[in-house]
Write a protein that binds this ligand. Structure first.
Ligand SMILES: *[C@@H]1O[C@H](CO)[C@@H](O)[C@H](O)[C@H]1NC(C)=O
Ligand SMILES: *[C@@H]1O[C@H](CO)[C@@H](O)[C@H](O)[C@H]1NC(C)=O
Ligand SMILES: *[C@@H]1O[C@H](CO)[C@@H](O)[C@H](O)[C@H]1NC(C)=O
Ligand SMILES: *[C@@H]1O[C@H](CO)[C@@H](O)[C@H](O)[C@H]1NC(C)=O
Ligand SMILES: *[C@@H]1O[C@H](CO)[C@@H](O)[C@H](O)[C@H]1NC(C)=O
Ligand SMILES: *[C@@H]1O[C@H](CO)[C@@H](O)[C@H](O)[C@H]1NC(C)=O
Ligand SMILES: *[C@@H]1O[C@H](CO)[C@@H](O)[C@H](O)[C@H]1NC(C)=O
Ligand SMILES: *[C@@H]1O[C@H](CO)[C@@H](O)[C@H](O)[C@H]1NC(C)=O
Length: 905
């Protein structure tokens, strides 16, 4: 709560200076270089504090009533003055005097109603004058006479009833005269006389209710290249008259869009015979009937716009004469009303055969029944053909469908939105030049055997996205290895795991779109060999399992080897795990999208090879922490990051590094304050991550060190305690040994031949039978060998401690015969053992030999005698064998043990 309050207060404080700035000086213009932008400032006066050297002044959308010339003295360098969208009703002639360099004066959307001869008298350098949307109803005399350099004059949206802008020749450099949306309904020769020396590229007379063209009106103009008469109710007869008036002019571009030209005949355009018309726009005319030979008068026509009409029938002579047309737009040109009456628009065979120069043909948005065998015959230069949404029932593409295009050098064919359901073998075999084929947004549902593409020898792009279903085989694209872009989005792809991969032949593939297919099963061969792949779209599939640790056979590395990949989209695949190595081959990756997944913890180093990454999208995952060892290299050169909507854990360990990076980066992170919120800990829930205070995190560093030292000490302590508990005897024992050695108790061993006995034998009284039985024969065998046996060598079994000590000293080795009896034997055993061990410590560790007659656990041995097997060399520990045949081996071992010198190493 406190955090939130603080946040609000601080943001208010942050706004304060801005607010002061806004209220104190409402008319602050933005000046950059020599451009001053004073728009939308509610100005009522011209600012007087702008730099004197500005060349562009924008005063649009203010409340200026006039442009007092005195106030412009300062800005004599202006070349552009924009005073549009004010309430200026009067202009001072001196304005241009003060601005001798002015080239563009824009006064559109003001309240000018009267222009006098003086208004622009000093505007000699004006190139462009915009008086659009004022209230000028009449031009008297010659206000534009001095505008000798004017190229463009806009007087549209005024109340002019005449084209007359002057009484004498003027505007000799004018190229564009815009007079649309006025009240002109008659074009008179004398009202255009003032343009007698002009050469107009464009005369815009659209949206005037023109009813009449008086004889010679267009001939009054010096030269007229372009005329627009859109949105005028011309109809067929006035159009014919217009064309007759244009006869003999230099007209090249004629726009007659939306002029109610419902029919054309062989007379409509006759007047254009004597012109070089290259562009004709007849769009939006409800044109129903094109009479034969209508366009025979247009042999120079190159661009022909006929879109959105209601042509019912294109006969074989409708387009006769259009020998030079390069571009023909027939989008939505044909009637649609009658689909239910089964009278679909009709195109006769060979209708296009006259269009020998046609390169671009757009027939989108029509309702043709199908493609007839001679429909496109004769289009010998056709390169682009769009048939998108052109047919009502083009269900199956057969090997005959496109036969009429066999002689066209077609490069692009667009067949989208036609309800095509099947492509038969060889359907495109006529189109050997084709580079781009768009079959998207149809209803194709079939197995792609590969034969569909037969003959497409130059194909570069195939779009198949948005179809019903496509079943792939290894040969699906075997005949089109030249493909560079293959789009297979949302086509319910099946059989992607076939081997070899369907994409295996496509060595030149750079873009592959497999998104929205619910793909769940692929193998690591799928993209193998696609070394040129740059863009891979795999979003909206079901690939999560493939990267799971627990996937049978391990994670599937389907991205391996894609060393030129630039863009990778894996959004919405449900990934909750990423194998650490999965991106390691993708050195050139620039953009990666893993948004809308379930990722929480990413393995460290997963992006280590992505140092050229420019864009990273991880929005809407379950990421709680952003740490350097995961994101450090990915963030290095990033320009765009999207990690919005993750449940960030706002603790030092999880996001301190991230927040620090955010504060120091130039990377573009949009919606940082609203879409990057803390989820945990509870007290920060809902707070912006960027406000997380990292200063305490830095302070915690020494504490961290202290903590580490403390825990280490504790751990070492625990280790020592445990060591002492379990191995203490060993430590104590070796400690003793070492101490004795260091203090020099070596002399005992220094006179080796002082021993009387080979060994002193310690055993329980009850075991004496076994001892006699087995040691006496050894003595008999080897005369030099003598053991010290208590019962034999001491008188009458009387045990005197001193005698024992002496005897032990006189023995080279001490043998313990370990049995349960020995452990229980009360007789001085501890004394003997202690003494023996003492001697062993003083002399050497291998002076003691343990012979186990039965299996005695170490702990019992330790408990009863304070001895452990671990104290002695392994050859000094002997076990009495159960099997007879091993007894010899036992003796051998015993002799080895006895023979080993009590050496000090
Ligand atoms: C225009 O004037 C401003 C100061 O008023 C100056 O900083 C700038 O350099 C000048 N520009 C030129 C091109 O002289
Ligand atoms: C504009 O000029 C008028 C005189 O024509 C003067 O009174 C006014 O102060 C000037 N305004 C500015 C902002 O220079
Ligand atoms: C126009 O067509 C009519 C027949 O429809 C024909 O009689 C006439 O001669 C044609 N005119 C021209 C100029 O071709
Ligand atoms: C059309 O113009 C050509 C010359 O450009 C001329 O030979 C022909 O007679 C004209 N046709 C008509 C009907 O005026
Ligand atoms: C049409 O163009 C030709 C050659 O480009 C030219 O000689 C002829 O005068 C032009 N016709 C018109 C009416 O401008
Ligand atoms: C078109 O396919 C049919 C069989 O479906 C075949 O008989 C005919 O020869 C093929 N035509 C061409 C031009 O390949
Ligand atoms: C095909 O036409 C459709 C509809 O005009 C368009 O959206 C699509 O981009 C075109 N395809 C190609 C490859 O130009
Ligand atoms: C692949 O591209 C290279 C270079 O652009 C070209 O030489 C080669 O013919 C293309 N391969 C195919 C099968 O089109």
């Amino acid at each position: 709560m406190r955090w939130k309050l603080l946040y609000h207060i601080s943001s208010l404080l942050g706004l304060l200076p801005f607010w002061i700035l806004c209220t104190s000086s409402t008319n602050k213009c933005a000046v950059r270089h020599e451009v001053a932008d004073c728009s939308h400032l509610k100005l009522t006066q011209i600012p007087d504090d702008l730099p004197e050297n500005i060349t562009v002044l924008d005063l649009t959308h203010n409340q200026l009533r006039k442009l007092p010339s005195a106030n412009f003295t300062r800005y004599s360098q202006l070349t552009v003055l924009d005073g549009g969208f004010n309430t200026i009703s009067k202009l001072e002639p001196e304005l241009c005097q003060k601005l001798p360099l002015l080239e563009i004066l824009n006064l559109q959307n003001n309240e000018l109603s009267h222009l006098s001869d003086k208004t622009f008298i000093f505007c000699m350098n004006l190139v462009e004058l915009n008086l659009k949307s004022n209230s000028i109803q009449k031009i008297q005399n010659n206000p534009f006479k001095n505008l000798k350099n004017l190229i463009k004059l806009d007087l549209s949206h005024n109340g002019l009833s005449s084209t007359k802008l002057g009484t004498q020749l003027q505007l000799e450099n004018l190229q564009e005269l815009l007079l649309s949306n006025n009240k002109i309904n008659l074009l008179r020769r004398e009202e255009l006389d003032f343009l007698g020396n002009s050469s107009l590229k464009k005369l815009e007379l659209s949206s005037n209710q023109i009813k009449e063209f008086s004889p010679g009106c267009f001939h009054a103009i010096g030269e007229l290249f372009g005329l627009s008469l859109n949105n005028a109710q011309l109809g067929p007869s006035l159009t014919e008259k217009l064309c007759l008036e244009l006869s003999g002019t230099s007209i090249q571009n004629l726009s007659l869009s939306n002029t109610q030209l419902c029919r054309t005949s062989n007379m409509t355009f006759i007047g254009l015979n004597q012109t070089n018309l290259t562009m004709l726009d007849l769009s939006y005319n409800s044109l129903k009937v094109i009479g034969n030979d209508s366009f025979v008068w247009l042999p120079h026509l190159e661009y022909f716009f006929l879109e959105y009409n209601s042509i019912e029938h294109l006969s074989s002579h409708s387009f006769y004469g259009l020998f030079n047309v390069k571009y023909l737009n027939l989008r939505g040109s044909f009637s649609k009303q009658n689909i239910f009456l089964a009278s679909l628009p009709k195109i006769d065979n060979l209708s296009f055969r006259w269009l020998k120069c046609l390169e671009y043909l757009n027939m989108e948005d029509n309702n043709f029944q199908g493609i007839k065998s001679d429909m496109f015959t004769g289009l010998i230069k056709l390169k682009y053909l769009s048939l998108s949404s052109s047919f009502t029932s083009l269900r199956t593409l057969t090997n005959e469908t496109f036969v009429s295009l066999a002689h066209s050098p077609l490069l692009i064919l667009n067949l989208t939105k036609n309800k095509i359901s099947k492509i038969e073998s060889g359907a495109f075999s006529w189109l050997g030049h084709l580079k781009v084929l768009d079959l998207g947004l149809n209803e194709i549902g079939q197995e792609l055997t590969g034969e569909e593409w037969r003959g497409l020898e130059n194909i570069v792009e195939i779009y198949l996205s948005y179809n019903k279903f496509l079943q792939l085989t290894s040969n699906s694209f075997a005949l089109v290895p030249s493909i560079q872009q293959l789009m297979l989005r949302r086509v319910a792809l099946q059989n992607l795991d076939s081997s070899p991969s369907p994409f295996r032949p496509l060595h030149n593939l750079t873009i592959l779109d497999l998104s929205n297919n619910n793909i769940a099963n692929i193998n690591d061969e799928l993209l193998e060999g696609l070394d040129k792949l740059e863009i891979l779209d795999l979003q909206h599939n079901n690939l999560a399992r493939l990267w799971k640790h627990a996937n049978p056979g391990g994670p599937v590395h389907f991205l391996k080897g894609l060393s030129h990949l630039h863009v990778l989209n894996l959004e919405s695949n449900g990934f909750d795990e990423i194998p650490a190595e999965v991106f390691k081959d993708l050195f050139e990756l620039k953009s990666i999208s893993l948004g809308l997944s379930n990722l929480n913890i990413l393995p460290p180093s997963v992006f280590d090879n992505q140092v050229s990454l420019k864009s990273l999208n991880l929005q809407k995952n379950l990421i709680t922490s952003v740490e350097k060892d995961v994101f450090g290299s990915a963030f290095k050169n990033l320009s765009n990051l999207d990690m919005s909507f993750n449940p960030f854990d706002c603790t030092c360990e999880s996001i301190a590094w991230f927040v620090n990076w955010i504060n120091n980066t130039h990377t573009n992170i949009s919606e940082l304050s609203s879409h990057y919120l803390c989820n945990t800990p509870p007290q920060y829930h809902g707070c912006p991550v960027m406000l997380f205070d990292i200063s305490p995190c830095k302070d915690s560093a020494p504490f961290e060190l202290l903590f580490m030292i403390n825990t280490s000490i504790l751990l070492i302590f625990i280790f020592i305690v445990l060591l002492i508990h379990f191995e203490g005897w060993r430590i104590a024992f070796y400690w003793n040994v070492s101490v004795h050695r260091i203090l020099g108790f070596k002399e005992i061993d220094s006179q080796p031949e002082q021993f009387e006995y080979a060994a002193y034998i310690i055993h329980a009284y009850k075991d004496r039978g076994w001892v006699w039985e087995h040691f006496c024969p050894m003595e008999e065998e080897d005369q030099t060998l003598r053991f010290c046996l208590e019962e034999r060598d001491f008188q009458a079994g009387v045990l005197e401690l001193e005698a024992i000590v002496n005897s032990i000293k006189k023995s080279r080795k001490i043998i313990f015969v370990v049995t349960r009896h020995l452990l229980k034997d009360p007789l001085c055993k501890r004394f003997k053992v202690h003494h023996a061990v003492q001697q062993a410590i003083e002399q050497n560790l291998d002076s003691i030999i343990l012979i186990f007659l039965e299996d005695i656990p170490d702990y019992k041995l330790n408990h009863a005698l304070c001895l452990r097997r671990g104290m002695f060399k392994s050859y000094c520990i002997l076990n009495w064998p159960l099997q007879k045949e091993r007894i010899n081996a036992f003796y051998h071992k015993l002799q080895v043990a006895l023979g080993s010198r009590n050496s000090v190493h």
